[in-house]
Every structure is written in C-alpha cells, then in structure tokens.
Design a binder for this molecule. Sequence first.
Ligand code: UTP
Length: 225
Amino acid sequence: MKIVVKVGGSAIVQGLDAQRFKDYADVIKQLADEDHTILIVIGGGTPARDYINVSKQLGANNSILDYIGIGVSRLNARLLISALGDIAYPEPPYDYQEAGLAMYSGKVVVMGGVVPGQTTDAVAAILAEYVHADLLIRTTSVDGVFTADPKFDPKATKIDTMSPQELVDMVTKIEMTAGANNIFDPLGAQIVKRSRIPTVVVNGKQPKNLIKAVKGEPIGTIIKG
Ligand code: UTP
C-alpha cells in the first residue's frame, strides 16, 4: 500500500524527546519492511508554537509566522530522518513534486510544511492526492474526531466513521491562524473530499496505532464515502 502519514507535532515533538522519534521510526520501519511505500508529513508541535508566539510579539505578520512554522516542521522532519537512518530519503522535500520523485528512490520520504496559509494536514492531503495514496493517516492527540473538543467538553463522543462531506462541514468555520490547533485543516478536508482519499484519524500518542490503521482495524475515526 502507498501510505501518507501526517504525524502531528503533538504526537512526536512534545518535549523534544529522542525516544519519541525512535518509537515512531521503529513503527515506520516495520511498515516499510512489509513493503508499504511510506511518505511522512510532520508538524511543528510546541517548538513551532513557541517560535510563532515570540515572533508575534516581535511584530511578524501572519505569512512570516507561517514560514516560521514551516521552518520548524522541516527541522522536525530532519529529526525523524535521523531516527530512520538509511531507510529515509536524506532531505525533506520542499514541495509535492520533489516528494513524488523522492518516493521513487524506494526510501521513506519525510517532509514538513510547504507554503503559508495552511497546516501540515493540507500538505499531507495534497501529497496523498498527488502520489495516489491508498491511505492517509492523520495522528492527533485524542482518539479520533469528536463531536466537540473532548479536552473541554466531557459530553463529547468519538465519531467512528464519517463522510468527507461531514468532515468538511465540521471544519469549514475554522480560522487559519499560525500555530492554531484544529481537528483537521479545512483545505486538507476539501482535498480529502475531492479525491475521496481513504483517511483515518488516530491517536498519535501510541505510534503502533499506525499499524492498526494500515491493517484496517476499527480504530480512531474512519473518513470515507
Ligand atoms: P502544523 O499546525 O501543521 O503543526 O504546522 P502541528 O504541530 O503538527 O499541528 P497539530 O499537531 O496537527 O495540531 C505548524 C504551523 O506551520 C505553518 C502554520 O502556521 C502552522 O500552524 N504551516 C505549516 C504553514 O504555514 N504551511 C504549511 O504547509 C505547514
């Protein structure tokens, strides 16, 4: 299978712990050993938010803040590339075409953000569309997509399956500010919808959830239709 994984900053970068990168690398190696083609898009996480906050105080505009987020996500990509060693393509591509070509090396491709005005969710969705991925996995800090934010609403329940249109309806009103934390980037949701990319949203705190999602186990929120 050709799989694009968006590894959220919250899943891997929190506290900048080398062990988290090793844990993810182990799972990615296992999937690559099973002959899956893997492309990873990694987010900015708390380091990106820290940089964005300081830059905001210094008067940077939104596009500049976005470029800072992109820069940090690319640094995070380099950390995961280091953890993957020889099985990784050595440089994070700058765009989708470069990533598509890098994929033909047979190595695991790891990249970060691309252009201002979006998040790495959109990057992952567009990359999945561009390379004709069979599956897009989006990791998050909770167990999937919920009816409301479970961190604030105790009545929120997890949605097991939803259509791309339902995802679009849920995220359309999201405001795109640098470093914002959302269930899914609205542009990413539109891309999932237009190309009907089979997508699973899973909790990224357990990297093994990637394996479960690839096996088709009922985990997280499955977006299809
Ligand atoms: P993300 O918001 O995608 O990082 O990128 P994240 O930490 O993985 O988010 P979670 O974990 O999914 O919540 C960090 C910031 O980088 C900029 C945006 O400002 C974004 O908020 N960015 C990223 C871009 O401007 N363009 C991109 O293509 C990617």
